[in-house]
Design a protein around this ligand. Structure first.
Ligand code: SAH
Length: 340
């Protein structure tokens, strides 16, 4: 039995063909499941009883349980329980350009970034494709609003769960499914070099964000374990390869950590590292957490850092702060809940 939310349109077409059925039935099923939002095969009114019975033998409608929800003015955070009682989070943010959701890709994370709550709790398992799709469907239903943007920046490292993430993008991007434009989908990675290269050959125009957070290997080594495996130079090479192949602009995320990576000298080093690369830098005010001793940079040092990048012609934005009241930083609600 397969969860219907984990099947791509192409897989469903193949399923019908293998059963000597017409492949357009897959489009009908997608239409009911994603456009009309039913959650029982019996509700598919233009589909024959025979087909419905066949589908029931091979597929089921899985669910996630929403076990906690915290709301603020412009952000709500959801805690889900999965079938095996594991927990993950999703955050929905209301912008003037639409509604975005930040979803989790793994239960816990093994990347071990020292400033991140998710990484304190080691990876238990990868999320299945349907568990990612369901985060979107269930939140969409709960807020009664169309979700227009997706970022894969919740708990987990998307490129450590590559195949399921690619299938997930296929399903939510499908014009017959949720139809969320590929340019409205952003995958964020801590810098798994071989997967950045593989992603360069993915045929959808999805945005790529790299969690760089430091301009030198020395600083990056001290805050991100992954830098022991893939050095900054290798990441930059992979990004150049990606840009060459896709012609797309890449985002570098840079968390501003007080006295760690927020000096003007760091800003200058970052400017020369990124010079000539089709990219922009997103400066992220650090969301402090009670278990970790890093502090957020002052507004003044963030602005001074911003100015240095600007003067050096590096595109730069400062991320608006969302949801510190609702523990919106990566992994905070889950770890609060687990009390670890
Ligand atoms: N593993 C992926 C995606 C999940 S983390 C990655 O590393 O990109 C998503 C982003 O949130 C990353 O840039 C991460 O470094 C950042 N982040 C983690 N903890 C944070 C915190 N407390 N405050 C602000 N940003 C944080």
């Amino acid at each position: 039995m397969n969860n219907i939310y984990g099947v791509t349109l192409e897989e469903l077409e193949r399923y019908f063909l293998d059963k000597n059925n017409k492949k357009f039935k897959a489009v009908q099923v997608f239409d009911w499941v994603y456009k009309k939002g039913i959650n029982s095969f019996d509700d598919m009114r233009n589909v024959s009883k025979e087909t419905i019975n066949m589908l029931k033998q091979d597929f089921y409608f899985g669910k996630l349980k929403i076990i906690d929800k915290k709301e603020d003015v412009d952000v709500s955070k959801y805690l889900f329980e999965l079938d095996d009682n594991e927990k993950v989070e999703a955050v929905v943010m209301y912008h003037d350009y639409g509604t975005s959701i930040c979803i989790s890709t793994q239960v816990g994370c093994n990347m071990g970034c020292k400033f991140c709550e998710s990484g304190r709790l080691k990876k238990v398992r990868n999320l299945k494709t349907y568990e990612m799709v369901l985060q979107i469907l269930m939140v969409g239903k709960d807020i009664s609003k169309k979700i227009t943007h997706i970022v894969l920046m919740g708990i987990g490292e998307p490129f450590d769960n590559y195949d399921n993430v690619i299938k997930f993008i296929d399903i939510v991007n499908s014009g017959k499914g949720l139809d969320i434009g590929s340019r409205h989908i952003t995958v964020s990675t801590c810098g798994i070099v071989p997967k950045i290269k593989e992603f360069a050959n993915f045929d959808k125009q999805v945005n790529l964000a790299i969690s760089l957070h430091a301009p030198t290997n020395e600083i990056r080594d001290s805050i991100m374990n992954i830098n022991k495996v893939y050095k900054i130079e290798e990441i930059i090479d992979a990004v150049k390869y990606y840009i060459n192949k896709t012609n797309r602009r890449v985002t570098f995320e840079y968390i501003m950590l007080k006295d760690i990576n927020d000096s003007k000298e760091c800003a200058l080093k970052l400017s020369s590292l990124l010079k000539g690369i089709n990219c922009y830098v997103n400066l992220i005010p650090y969301n402090e957490t009670s278990h970790i001793e890093y502090k957020k940079s002052s507004k003044d040092s963030i602005l001074a850092f911003y100015d240095v990048l600007k003067k050096n012609n590096i595109g730069v934005t400062i991320r608006r702060e969302f949801g510190s009241k609702v523990n919106a930083a990566c992994g905070q609600l889950r770890s609060h809940y687990l009390e670890v």
